[in-house]
Design a protein around this ligand. Structure first.
Ligand code: ZN
Length: 229
């Protein structure tokens, strides 16, 4: 068992699970012009751009890509619901135990991030508040709240897509999983289908900005309101 590894602005990797056989390190952009948060109206994360001196990106397995695509489908559910498009699936072996999508606005619930929703559903499905041996795939780097829940649930492995330079807790802002004082059990790997995951977020925010501009323009064109007699 090795010490957790981390890159200054990249994915954290810790090896505290028997499933981990190799240490993996993922590159990440050191600076991003845009950012995204699943729970606020931030900007979409930019895609990764490797810079000189950074290690080569991890080549994700077909299995990882398959489950990340399922997480992307869950993110699409969030987009349709008018929420920031983040999706997650909780997997045990090759079985999807639960899925979740981000919907804090509709649920009036600040904790209704995709990861939290998937964790809750999986715990209910398995009848266990802990989820050892399970993996969580999520399209956006987990925040501190979700990282904490992932630790409490004893999730074995987390794979995320886009990085979140505003609230990411897997290396972008803080690296919760690299703290040896926290009782974490998860291996974390970032950047799976990163450009696609980031593009979904960017297009969502671009569409929302466009809708706001159109609404303002329409309001300017309207005749002045008259007070009722
Ligand atoms: Zn979160």
């Amino acid at each position: 068992m090795s010490e957790p590894l981390t890159t200054p602005a990249g994915a954290a990797v810790s090896s505290a699970t028997p499933e981990t056989t190799t240490s993996q390190r993922v590159t990440s952009p050191s600076a991003q012009s845009d950012s995204v948060c699943a729970s606020n109206a931030g900007q979409a994360a930019s895609s990764s751009a490797q810079t000189v001196g950074e290690p080569a990106p991890v080549a994700f397995s077909e299995r990882d890509l398959h489950f990340m695509k399922l997480a992307q489908a869950a993110a699409e559910d969030a987009r349709v619901a008018g929420e920031v498009p983040v999706g997650a699936v909780l997997v045990r072996g090759d079985e999807v135990i639960a899925r979740g999508f981000n919907h804090p606005i509709g649920a009036h619930d600040p904790s209704a991030h995709a990861e939290m929703v998937a964790l809750r559903a999986a715990a209910q499905a398995l009848g266990n508040y802990r989820l050892p041996g399970c993996e969580l795939y999520v399209t956006l780097e987990p925040c501190l709240m979700c990282a904490g829940a992932i630790m409490h649930a004893r999730v074995a492995r987390v794979v995320f897509g886009a990085r979140d330079p505003k609230t990411g807790a897997c290396g972008s802002v803080v690296d919760a999983f690299a703290n040896p004082q926290l009782n974490h059990h998860a291996t974390v790997l970032g950047g799976a289908l990163e450009s696609e995951c980031a593009a979904a977020l960017r297009s969502f925010f671009a569409e929302r900005r466009r809708a706001v501009r159109e609404a303002r323009a329409a309001a300017r064109d309207e005749p002045p309101r008259t007070e009722p007699l």
